[in-house]
Ligand binder design. Structure first.
Ligand SMILES: [Fe+2]
Ligand SMILES: [Fe+2]
Length: 381
């Protein structure tokens, strides 16, 4: 996505795709690129030096940078890898209403599952979720390395450099958890997630890397980690997520604080492009949770399962909606929700997530979520 001209067909196509179960199912095919060990993306951007070395010129970014330096943690020594993990005990109890929809509805592709298959589905789904977190973390690692190169402000380069280290740790701990505590890394990058990460990395405009990664992907990750952290009882995973979330809250704040300044200077047409990019990212992330790779592995028809999942009544979609609980208020804070004719507000209304618009945004939340600092204070007390 590098064009700068308005693309009305593209916007219309996104709106149609968002509500078409056949097209979503068609797109949700098994990723057949599972044998390559590398994946190459053109990043299309110039690396920028700045000769303005005035540290603290952007005070909020400087504060974030200082915080990041003192809240670094070490995945090898701050987490207790001696904890034994039973994969069947890692799982959170399922939502009973959702279980009823998938297990007891005669039209469900899972209707005939026996007890062993349900247990296997739980373990596979956990492995799949953590694998996707790990792949997304690598996407964040590459995106923040790109931000170090492309952002023109020294305070942002400094901060982004700390985030590169954070993301390296995140990839490291998810990979290690899968490798040592579950059944290895079994799932490739989901096709929806992979397409989104490629789009973000390919874009030539530095603020798009921020919008795609820092606001959309990181905002969703923060909500997803928070949900898993609240529901799992497994102590190693719980602490791992708690520490990753401490960092992620800073990362989303970095996006909000930087883009607030940039968006004030954009034209209506430029803002509309950002709205469309945000909506496309939201759709990719919504559809990545359809778990098509798990259905393929378990011998369930992927298209049938995707369509059945999409037909789930709105009142059961608690988790799917909560994933947007950070993204929507942050888009509002950036002015993207209501820019122009409110195009993004309409889209978020259509996909059923506008209810979060007045939830807390992530501009300052990182101070409350800094569990690393809290643990250090407690250790000294
Ligand atoms: Fe991360
Ligand atoms: Fe992050």
């Amino acid at each position: 996505m590098t064009a700068t001209e308005p693309r009305p067909d593209y916007a219309n196509d996104l709106v149609e795709y968002a509500n078409d179960p056949d097209r979503i199912a068609e797109f949700s095919v098994w990723n057949d690129d599972v044998t390559s060990l590398i994946h190459t993306v053109e990043d299309n951007a110039a690396a920028i030096y700045t000769w303005r070395y005035d540290k603290g010129e952007r005070a909020s970014l400087d504060k974030l940078y200082e915080k990041a330096k003192t809240s670094q943690w070490n995945g090898q020594t701050d987490l207790d890898w001696s904890i034994e993990v039973d994969p069947y005990q890692v799982l959170a109890p399922a939502n009973p209403a959702e279980v009823e929809y998938f297990a007891e509805n005669p039209e469900s592709p899972l209707h005939k599952f026996n007890e062993d298959e349900w247990a296997e589905l739980g373990v596979e789904s956990m492995n799949w979720s953590l694998s996707q977190f790990m792949h997304g973390e690598q996407g964040a690692l590459l995106c923040t390395a790109k931000i170090v190169e492309t952002v023109p402000w020294i305070d942002a380069k400094y901060y982004a450099a700390t985030q590169v280290v954070d993301e390296a740790r995140h990839v490291e701990v998810f990979a290690q958890y899968l490798d040592q505590k579950l059944d290895g890394i079994k799932y490739p990058c989901n096709s929806h997630l992979g397409l989104l990460l490629d789009d973000i990395l390919e874009d030539s405009r530095w603020d798009m890397t921020y919008l795609g990664m820092q606001i959309m992907v990181e905002g969703l990750a923060l909500a997803a980690f928070s949900f898993m952290h609240q529901t799992t009882e497994e102590p190693l995973l719980k602490k791992l997520l708690r520490y990753v979330m401490s960092d992620e809250a800073r990362h989303v704040a970095f996006g909000v604080l930087s883009l607030q300044e940039v968006y004030q200077g954009l034209s209506a047409a430029e803002l509309r492009e950002r709205q469309e990019f945000a909506f496309e990212a939201a759709l990719r992330m919504r559809d990545r949770f359809l778990r098509q790779e798990v259905w393929e592995r378990m011998g369930v028809d992927v298209k049938d399962m995707v369509k059945f999942t999409l037909a789930m009544p709105d009142e059961l979609r608690v988790f799917q909606r909560l994933l947007f609980s950070k993204i929507v208020p942050n888009c509002k804070k950036l002015g993207l929700l209501d820019a122009g004719d409110g195009w993004l507000r309409d889209r978020f209304t259509e996909i059923g997530v506008i209810e979060f618009e007045d939830w807390v945004d992530t501009g300052l939340e990182y101070e409350d979520l800094d569990e690393v600092a809290k643990d250090r204070e407690a250790a000294l007390a």
